[in-house]
Design a protein around this ligand. Structure first.
Ligand SMILES: Nc1ncnc2c1ncn2[C@@H]1O[C@H](COP(=O)(O)OP(=O)(O)OP(=O)(O)O)[C@@H](O)[C@H]1O
Ligand SMILES: [Mg+2]
Length: 322
């Protein structure tokens, strides 16, 4: 086959869009995207994609390029949306958050047990993450219904500590104790209401043996489990170690006010609306979701901040009652 014939053939099969290839290669490099990942994102089969990227695909090049361009466009659209989305204030030092922080730092400093419990959405988990990021040796482990017994929760603790999580439970326990001893650390169990009595006792043993702080965080049940009912005898050992307890049954109005200040929302009508939302179950969670959506509504009209009407619309849109 002569050279001119090869060129002819390439043309009928469709020449590769070199600019597109180099754009895609640039993105792959900048974002460390593998060809496998790119294949999933674009929906172009791996083999075809690889050949196309190398400029040697002999099949329907135009079809491949259509898929690649569609992916690029949707990327750009979501980047544009992100650019418009007003960024929510990440963490605000609300009065409730301050109470959580002080209970955590007390537990860590005094190597004691703190219990922090209360209603949904008051900012417990958010504040734990904040504390973990600013203090050394803080390990936050989340209990779940599936990780409620000693074995699973110890495995999860080991995982968070970055040590071997499999094997006999007593070995995992010994490894955890060895790892956390002398660290002046703090072990935090979020959603601690899921833990069984035996699991709580296993965690108490770690606290006793390693001399680290312990914070049990969760809903109202966390505390009543330690005090009430037929289980009280079993829990006496742990309960007698609770040095500090913080109950946040609901969000305070001052929490809402602090959040609003961070969002730059000052008008009276919006404040009233938001105070009302903050008093509902879900508290700051419902409020933050509402404000995020309200900000999108505001951005769509070119406004820098949501108005009371945007907030009301967002609240209703999310299923809240007027
Ligand atoms: N201090 C805060 N600063 C900024 N946002 C907050 C703060 N507290 C709460 N929020 C908002 O409220 C949402 C819910 O908070 P978080 O998950 O911490 O509640 P929680 O008390 O752990 O509730 P649950 O008992 O349901 O686990 C967060 O995702 C965040 O949007
Ligand atoms: Mg939580």
């Amino acid at each position: 086959m002569s050279d001119s014939k090869v060129t002819q053939l390439d043309k009928t099969r469709g020449a590769h869009d070199e600019a597109l290839i180099s754009e895609v290669r640039g993105i792959m490099e900048a974002e460390s995207l593998s060809q496998t990942a790119l294949s999933q994102l674009t929906g172009v089969g791996k083999a075809r994609l690889s050949q196309w990227l190398n400029g040697v695909y002999k099949g329907n090049v135009a079809a491949v390029e259509t898929d690649v361009r569609r992916w690029l466009e949707s990327r750009q659209a979501s980047a544009a949306l992100e650019g418009q989305m007003p960024t929510a204030p990440e963490w605000v030092e609300t009065p409730s958050a301050r109470a959580v922080l002080s209970a955590l730092s007390f537990a860590q400093m005094a190597e004691a047990v703190s219990v922090i419990y209360g209603g949904a959405g008051v900012g417990k988990t958010t504040t734990l993450a904040r504390y973990r990021d600013q203090a050394p040796n803080v390990w936050v482990v989340t209990a779940t219904p599936a990780a409620s017994a000693p074995g699973p929760i110890l495995a999860r603790i080991a995982q968070v500590l970055g040590i071997r999580a499999s094997g006999a439970v007593h070995v995992v326990e010994a490894n955890i104790i060895e790892r956390v001893s002398e660290t002046r650390g703090l072990l935090v169990i979020d959603e601690a209401q899921h833990l069984t009595h035996r699991a709580l006792d296993a965690i108490r043993s770690i606290h006793d043996a390693a001399g680290i702080g312990l914070a049990l965080v969760g809903n109202e049940i966390v505390y009543s489990q330690l005090t009430g009912g037929s289980r009280s005898v079993g829990f006496a050992q742990l309960f007698s170690r609770v040095a500090k307890r913080v109950r946040l049954s609901r969000a305070k109005d001052a929490d809402v006010t602090a959040l609003l200040e961070a969002w730059g929302i000052a008008d009276k009508e919006s404040r009233q609306l938001c105070l009302g939302i903050g008093r509902r179950p879900g508290a700051l969670r419902g409020l933050s979701q509402t404000l995020r959506l309200a900000s999108m509504f505001a951005a769509a009209t070119g406004a820098a901040r949501p108005s009371a009407e945007h907030i009301r619309d967002a609240w209703q849109d999310l299923g809240g009652e007027a």
